[in-house]
Write a protein that binds this ligand. Structure first.
Ligand code: ZN
Length: 505
């Protein structure tokens, strides 16, 4: 690499790093808004956030950044190379080109529309009346289509929207993988229903004191590898994890005194996101090789710790005696097996965020089918409630009684987050595929889990996934790590094995 190329790379990195630091200030303000901020502070907070966002955006779309990217790609850095510098320039270029292609007027109209459409969605959901939301949804979809047209896409405008959350993944890839998954899931869920077996769910709905839930949740999060010296846990309404900086990762949860799984598995989930953030290479902070790959890969880390580890029998072989010591009253006379079954209850339900591990993905497949159909002309917005009920019955064997329990339950569409839903299921697919490989590489990790030792898996994730940052796109990372392309098979093998045994099917 010539001295000039080196110099230009350094200038580009310095600029991008400063923008990342500005954005991390926004993240900290956002965390505060969702945890401790006094209610009356929201207007001032809005001004603070808008100013910071504006400064960061202006600095990013500056002609100098474009010039540096142009010089570097013409001379010195080959984007196809397998080096951190090539990956950094490739990713900065991708985001930069998107940012300059969308006209400012469209960005502004979209953000104005989204504020109003979320208000309309809240009202429509409260009244369970899709009709009053329909025109807003049409507006949002039409603006998102304009964004897709501005940035360009491979086959369908929906590809451009997916790219915001899962770079490189296309409608075609997702359609193929999801189709296999759908058939096998519908069949598994029907077999579970026909088994006639069900756990005693009352066990986990007894009274679990909140301060003890917090103590136990923190103990488990630490045990799996979340570093509380570089992070913290607080209370919020809609739990999230945010990486403020390389040694400052905030996770949040909400407690329900009469429902143990909500906070406990929520904490494991957010700790999984946090462990990923804490494991990104600090020397690359602020540039793509120090950043997470995609929402799907992020979700694979949270789901792995929450479900494949946290809802496993070996995990509870270690933690159940601890749970009984911390919650002697509600868990008196409860056996490990009863508890393990209760936290793995599978039953079709209407609300995605309350769904179990097996039915969850069907909720996502339904949303993907509907939202991708907006963009290939197969579906009018007015037909959403009808198609929702019809497919819900087909996949789950039950029909929601109204739109609030159906197509109006999620905030995503009103917030313009179209192309986001598939990343939840991609996360589950990646998690199962990575976990199967980790098990074959590490030998008997279950025995370690039963002894409360999670270092083997943590080290494997650090080495195979976390340390790369965005060096590889999700699709390539999966292939490199597991030697296989993305497939629904590892997830189905895991679900069939686990629930086959639990339900005796
Ligand atoms: Zn998550």
């Amino acid at each position: 690499m010539s001295a000039k190329t080196k110099e230009q790379l350094n200038e580009l990195y310095r600029n991008i790093r400063e923008i990342s630091i500005l954005r991390s200030c926004e993240s900290l303000l956002d965390w505060d808004e969702r945890t401790y901020m006094p209610r009356n502070a929201s207007e001032h907070r809005g001004n603070q956030m808008a100013l910071l966002a504006g400064i960061a955006h202006e600095r990013f779309v500056s002609p100098r950044i474009g010039e540096l990217i142009g010089n570097l790609t013409n001379d010195g850095v080959k984007l196809a190379d397998d080096t951190p510098d090539a990956a950094n320039v490739r990713e900065i270029k991708r985001v930069y080109e998107k940012a300059i292609k969308v006209p400012k007027s469209l960005v502004e109209e979209l953000s104005r529309t989204i504020v109003l459409s979320q208000g309309a969605w809240q009202e429509a959901r409260a009244k369970s009346d899709f009709n009053s939301f329909q025109t807003w949804m049409e507006k949002v979809v039409s603006l998102k289509r304009q964004v897709a047209e501005a940035v360009g896409y491979r086959k369908t405008p929906y590809d451009a929207l997916l790219d915001d959350f899962e770079p490189g993944v296309t409608t075609e890839i997702i359609t193929g993988v999801f189709a296999g998954l759908r058939n096998e899931l519908v069949e598994l869920i029907a077999r579970i229903k026909d088994s006639g077996k069900a756990p005693d769910r009352g066990i986990i709905a007894r009274n679990f004191a909140i301060e003890r839930q917090e103590q136990f949740g923190k103990e488990a999060a630490s045990a799996i590898g979340f570093d509380f010296a570089s992070g913290r846990l607080d209370v919020t309404v809609h739990p999230f994890c945010t990486g403020i900086g390389p040694t400052d990762v905030r996770i949040t949860t909400r407690y329900d005194e009469n429902h143990f799984p909500q906070a406990f598995f929520g904490i494991l989930h957010e700790a999984g996101h946090g462990i990923y953030e804490q494991g990104l290479p600090k020397e690359h902070y602020g540039i793509p090789c120090g950043d997470s790959v995609s929402l799907g890969i992020h979700e694979s880390q949270s789901r792995m710790w929450e479900n494949l580890v946290g809802r496993s029998r070996p995990f509870w072989q270690y933690f159940f005696p601890r749970a009984q010591a911390i919650f002697p009253e509600p868990l008196k006379g409860v056996s490990l097996e009863q508890f393990y079954f209760a936290v793995n209850d599978v039953r079709p339900s209407f609300i995605r965020v309350e769904a179990d591990e097996a039915t969850y993905n069907l909720h996502i497949l339904l949303r993907f089918e509907i939202e991708s159909a907006f963009f290939n002309g197969d579906l009018q917005i007015g037909d959403v409630p009808g198609i929702w009920r019809e497919r819900f019955q087909k996949y789950f064997g039950i029909t929601p009684k109204n739109d609030a329990a159906g197509c109006l339950q999620d905030v995503h569409w009103s917030a313009g987050l179209i192309g986001y839903f598939p990343t939840y299921t991609l996360g589950n697919l990646y998690a199962a595929q990575f976990f199967a490989k980790a098990k074959s590489d590490l030998g008997n990790i279950e025995q370690s889990f039963a002894a409360g030792d999670f270092k083997g898996l943590l080290g494997w994730l650090r080495e195979n996934i976390h340390k790369h940052g965005q060096r590889y796109r999700a699709e390539e990372l999966v292939k490199r790590v597991t030697s296989q392309p993305l497939s629904h098979k590892p997830l189905m093998e895991y679900l069939n094995g686990k629930f086959g045994e639990l339900y005796g099917i």
